[in-house]
Design a protein around this ligand. Structure first.
Ligand SMILES: Nc1ncnc2c1ncn2[C@@H]1O[C@H](COP(=O)(O)OP(=O)(O)OP(=O)(O)O)[C@@H](O)[C@H]1O
Length: 938
């Protein structure tokens, strides 16, 4: 569809040059040139101010006044009512153009308002032309080409064009080509011709076909790929363009330059018919019209000027003709090559923009007037604009071509897609692998943290279990001490008990204090461990998938739970070991008490029966002293605290004992023993259950123990028959003195002693299980005396050397202890240990063979029982000194009677154990009557 369009006329006023500025009126000079008719003076020679004046006044809306009247002159005119003779007649012509650019307007702004609208049509198939028209030196070349630092319309146009091509490249295939020529002295020259190419005589010829299409024969066409390339091409062409300095312009273009940009656009998706659009944008920089008088050109320059004027005159005529409807039938295009080339732009299918360049001063008064007049005429020119579109009906062969092209395109797209997917899959796989590796690393780190902290935390928990047991013991001990403290006028034995309990409290507190450090360190480790696990759980990698944090969190939670379980287990072990230690201590002390009681019963029987008439009070006292010493030693060995002596003048309540023990005594008639559990509140001293001295006679002899009844095996291995005496006081026995069975009925001992079977157990226990027991006790109480089997000097236990054994060096420690054992018995903290320590301790102890009792391989439990032999005094001394002598006595005994059956040894058991101070508050469960043995202390 054709659209009628007018030429867009824009006027650009160039800035005042320096030369002109020097000749304009000084704006500060109030003595302006006088134009009145009364003055006889003319302009002062050499005075240049006021030589020129500005001849254009314009408004933003495109209105322009050429040679506006001077307001002062107008005032004079109005005042006088007539124009005085000689007064300059101002043209004062008013024009209206599409747009007027003042001197300050930038190149980009000129492009935006003139050429850019044409570009919109170029890509839609509408031709366009931009040409600059004006007198020489008015800024045409500056507007069209500009300078490298301030490029003109060509560069801005091409930059915009290539940007739009890029935007449409996906949908359209757009081809751009350009040509650049000049018309110099009516010759057409190719500005893009290869260097050295021959130029036809008379220049390139213009061809015009029957369809009135004008072409230039042999014109070079180049295909640029970017705006910068176009700019370079134009700069190179301008350099080849004919330019000469003239009086009016130092860089005067002596030719008309025509740059043509051909744009062909076809959609990328071909249909049955292809809608291809073509458009040409012509950018023309005309040579400036010049008056020969003004330019003062001579010779060649004058010829150039004449040709320029001729072609411009032809242009003007064409414009006039185009504007006159009557003459429109014939437009004199053929009068010049310029008009022949512009035929298409002026009267054809083209949108045209005419940029009229004018000078602002009166130096170019006439040229500016003519230019503005032409421009005013030109805006009357109407052009028909239609879209250059070509519907190409495809040939069948072209369909195949199109199909092949489409297939290629499909293949290309598929390959691209597959490649992208493959790359994507690879990337995903790599990312997943990296994530899995990173997660595994964090899991391994968490596991390593757990492994590193496990030993410390478990040891701490074990110690905590021990300490909890110790605290419980301390509570009970303190309560008891408080009870004793509250007693009014306490007797000596109460003081003894208090002293013992306080010593136990001190020892227990010392252990707790020492363990506090271990527990504190373990707590710090636990906190650090939890923190580190938390940090590891919160770690997150950039390439982790969504499951990775969950996996790491679960791993951390699992490790924490496992650690808590292990800690709980070790704490429970600690408590268990403490309990075992208590049981061992109780077992030992109960045994000691039972045997002592049995021996005392035996002694009482002997005294009452009178069979030991020869025994003096001194002998009795000595025997009792031995018993006391042995018990004290055992006591010290077991609980690590010596039993305080009464000391001072204060006596115990022994003499005041006058009542039967409140606690039910063990049955002496062979009936099953009654289990008693003394409470702390009613606990009495060990003598509280004895009758008072006054009633000693009424205290019946103990009945014969069940083991001494008929058929029972005596300690000598002889079968007891009838009233056979099985227990006797070990009176000083002379070597030749034979054993005499007491004729009196023997008292029965209700506290069972181990039978031979028990003895066997006892022996085993002495070797193995006692070691376990020892270790157990040690674990519980965190204190153990390695080599407890040694008959330790009682005095040594009062100041135990405490040694910590670390879990990872039991052997070393035990070995060292083994050596130290030889000289100084030590108590060892084994709160952090478990069974492996036990085994090692047992082994070490056995290997050490420390102590006369344990090292004596020919040991029998019975032999370990001290005998009141003739040299019993030495034995007693030795026992008091460390028990070495006690080991010799059994050896002798054994030597004398090798076939003597085993006897249970209180001392053997007692001396094998040394445990942490413990509370001995449990019920005493007596062994079954069947296992009762006769007292064996001879
Ligand atoms: N708008 C403008 N801003 C700054 N300088 C300008 C402007 N227009 C023209 N000039 C300067 O004026 C001088 C003459 O300009 P130019 O050469 O473009 O004139 P012309 O019309 O092309 O002359 P000719 O017809 O002789 O080639 C140049 O030095 C140019 O830099």
């Amino acid at each position: 569809m054709d659209n009628a369009a007018s030429i867009t006329v824009a006027v650009r006023i160039r800035p005042v040059t320096e030369w002109e500025a020097a000749r304009l009126p000084d704006p500060l000079d109030t003595t302006r040139p006088f134009f009145g008719d009364g003055s006889l003076a003319s302009h002062v020679q050499g005075h240049k101010f006021g030589q020129f004046r500005k001849i254009i006044a314009y408004e933003e809306d495109g209105s322009l006044i050429y040679d506006p009247m001077d307001p002062q002159a107008e005032a004079i005119y109005r005042q006088k009512g007539y124009l005085p003779p000689g007064t300059y007649r101002y043209k004062h012509r008013k024009y209206q153009y599409d747009v007027v650019f003042g001197p300050e307007v930038t190149q980009q702004a000129v492009f935006e308002r003139t050429t850019k609208p044409l570009l919109d049509g170029i890509l839609d198939g509408y031709n366009g032309t931009v040409f600059a028209y004006g007198a020489t030196g008015c800024g045409k070349t500056h507007t069209i080409s500009g300078t490298p630092s301030d490029p003109g319309i060509i560069y801005a146009t091409m930059a915009e064009l290539f940007q739009r091509i890029d935007e449409r490249r996906e949908d359209y295939a757009i081809d751009v080509s350009l040509s650049f020529l000049e018309i110099y002295n009516e010759e057409i020259r190719d500005l893009l011709a290869p260097a050295g190419a021959d130029t036809p005589r008379g220049g390139l010829a213009i061809r015009e076909n029957s369809a009135n299409r004008v072409t230039v024969a042999g014109l070079t066409e180049v295909v640029p790929t970017s705006a910068d390339e176009v700019n370079a091409i134009v700069q190179a062409g301008n350099a080849r363009r004919t330019q000469s300095p003239t009086h009016a312009n130092a860089t005067s273009s002596r030719s008309h330059a025509v740059l043509q940009i051909n744009v062909t656009q076809s959609p990328r998706t071909p249909g049955v018919t292809e809608e291809r659009t073509m458009a040409t944008l012509s950018i023309i920089d005309l040579a400036g019209s010049e008056r020969a008088s003004a330019t003062k050109n001579m010779g060649k320059r004058m010829v150039e000027g004449a040709n320029i004027n001729k072609s411009l005159l032809a242009l003007g005529n064409c414009i006039n003709a185009l504007c006159e409807p009557k003459t429109r039938a014939h437009i004199p295009y053929r009068n010049s090559k310029l008009t022949r080339l512009l035929k298409f732009s002026l009267g054809g299918n083209c949108r045209t923009v005419m940029i009229v360049c004018v000078a602002p001063t009166s130096q170019h008064l006439e040229d500016t007037g003519n230019t503005l007049a032409y421009a005013n005429r030109a805006k009357e020119i109407k052009t028909k604009v239609s879209k250059n579109i070509m519907d190409v009906d495809r040939h069948v062969g072209q369909y195949v071509e199109a199909i092949n092209r489409l297939n290629d395109e499909v293949r290309e797209l598929k390959a691209k897609l597959a490649g992208e997917m493959a790359v994507e899959n690879e990337a995903v796989k790599r990312r997943r692998a990296n994530a899995a590796k990173a997660v595994e690393n964090v899991r391994a780190e968490i596991r390593a943290l757990a492994a590193k902290s496990r030993t410390m935390l478990c040891a701490g928990s074990f110690t905590a279990g021990n300490t909890a047991a110790s605290q419980a013991k301390l509570d009970v001990l303190r309560i008891r001490v408080k009870e004793l403290d509250s007693m009014a006028d306490p007797s000596s034995e109460v003081e003894v008990e208090k002293g013992l309990l306080r010593a136990l409290i001190n020892a227990e507190e010392e252990c707790v204090r020492k363990e506090a450090d271990t527990i504190s360190k373990a707590m710090s480790s636990a906190a650090l461990f939890a923190t580190n696990i938390g940090l590891a759980q919160r770690r997150k990698g950039d390439d982790w998938d969504e499951m990775a944090p969950t996996i790491v969190k679960l791993e951390g939670d699992t490790v924490l739970a496992e650690m808590r379980a292990a800690q709980a287990e070790h704490e429970r072990d600690g408590l268990k070991q403490a309990l075992k230690g208590q049981a061992a201590v109780i077992t030992t002390l109960v045994g000691m008490l039972a045997r002592t009681n049995a021996l005392m019963v035996d002694g009482v029987q002997m005294l009452r029966s009178g069979s030991e008439a020869a025994m003096s009070n001194e002998d009795i006292a000595n025997r009792l002293q031995i018993l006391i010493d042995l018990n004290s030693k055992t006591f010290t060995d077991v609980i690590g605290v010596a039993v305080p002596t009464t000391g001072g003048s204060k006596k115990t309540g022994f003499a005041a004992l006058s009542t039967r023990p409140t606690t039910k005594r063990p049955s002496v008639n062979g009936a099953p023993p009654t289990r008693t559990r003394p409470s702390m509140g009613t606990r009495r001293t060990s003598l509280s259950g004895l009758g008072s001295p006054g009633r000693r006679h009424s205290y019946r002899s103990p009945r014969k123990p069940s083991s001494l009844r008929a058929g029972a095996i005596t300690t000598t291995g002889r079968k007891v028959s009838g009233e056979k005496k099985s227990v006797r006081w070990a009176v000083p026995i002379k070597p030749d003195e034979s054993y005499v069975e007491p004729s009196t009925p023997k008292a029965k001992v209700s506290i069972a002693l181990p039978t031979s079977e028990s003895e066997e157990w006892e022996d085993d226990r002495t070797d193995e299980s006692s070691a376990v027991e020892t270790s157990s006790m040690s674990l519980d109480a965190a204190i153990m005396t390695i080599g407890a089997s040694t008959a330790m000097p009682s005095g040594s236990s009062s100041g135990p050397a405490v040694r910590k054994i670390k879990m990872d060096e039991p052997k070393v420690v035990l070995d060292s202890l083994k050596e130290e054992d030889e000289q100084t018995p030590r108590r060892t903290v084994l709160g952090e240990h478990n069974q492996q320590v036990t085994a090692s301790a047992s082994k070490a102890r056995r290997r050490s063979g420390i102590g006369s009792l344990r090292s004596d391989r020919v040991r029998r439990r019975s032999s370990l029982i001290p005998q009141l032999s003739p040299n019993y005094k030495e034995v007693a001394k030795a026992a008091a000194a460390g028990g070495t002598a006690t080991g010799e006595a059994p050896a002798k005994a054994h030597h004398k009677s090798p076939k003597r059956p085993k006897r249970s040894s209180l001392l053997g058991v007692l001396s094998s154990s040394r445990v942490r101070p413990s509370l001995l508050r449990i019920g005493v469960e007596q062994p079954p009557s069947g296992t009762v043995a006769k007292p064996s202390w001879k």
